[in-house]
Design a protein around this ligand. Sequence first.
Ligand code: UDP
Length: 240
Amino acid sequence: MKILGVKIDQITYQEALERAKAMIDAGGSHYVVTPNPEIIVRANREPQLRKILNNADLSVPDGMGLVMLGRLTGRPIPERVTGVDLLDGLAALATEGGFDIFLLGAGEGVAERAASKLKLKYPGLRVTGTYSGDPDPKFDKQTRRILESKKIDILAVAYGAPKQEKWIARNLPYLNLKLAIGVGGALDYISGERKRAPTWLQKAGLEWLFRLLKEPRRVSRQLALPYFVYLVLKERSVKR
Ligand code: UDP
């Protein structure tokens, strides 16, 4: 389905992982995005970002706002699918299939600690490297040189949205890998740098509230949600 011009695949977490596996098996390079209402609002006024999101091979709904919108409009989005959960599932998939993972982004040392945690959880997982780097285009060549020296099947890019999606769109054509995915703050969570909401809060669809209380400065980002609802209602009334 399209929300404000942005493609969202109406799939579950398990289906997303199956699609990812199929992409890896198919050969060629693919990328996955995880839009939330904030990024959809931004893509609505930034055609270049919209194009990047819509060209993705898979676009999973990362936000309760999207799930609720699906319910209200009778176009069901089964569940929220986050970057951090997908990265965890991809690590399991990589362990089973013998794929090599590289973790790019996050603060100094964070990706390395996340790699250790993932390897503890999934013995046999091959993380071929980690690199903090910088999403500024002037560092692209330098980062690519590091990536080109490794064997990589799955690349997790943790520069936050939309920097990570733009990074992937600029650099994927030069890289020899199977799947790239923007994972936002996933490496912070996996490394233990930041805490996720307790599972019961996640299940209640209230992880956003937990994040807001932990990091009040995110309030300006979360204000995108009411604006998102307003834009969707406006679009629907125009269509009618
Ligand atoms: N980040 C980075 N370089 C930058 C900007 C951000 O490595 O120039 C990392 C940051 O350390 C964090 C992630 O990108 O690990 C962004 O996390 P956030 O939760 O803000 O992303 P979201 O999930 O909201 O897209």
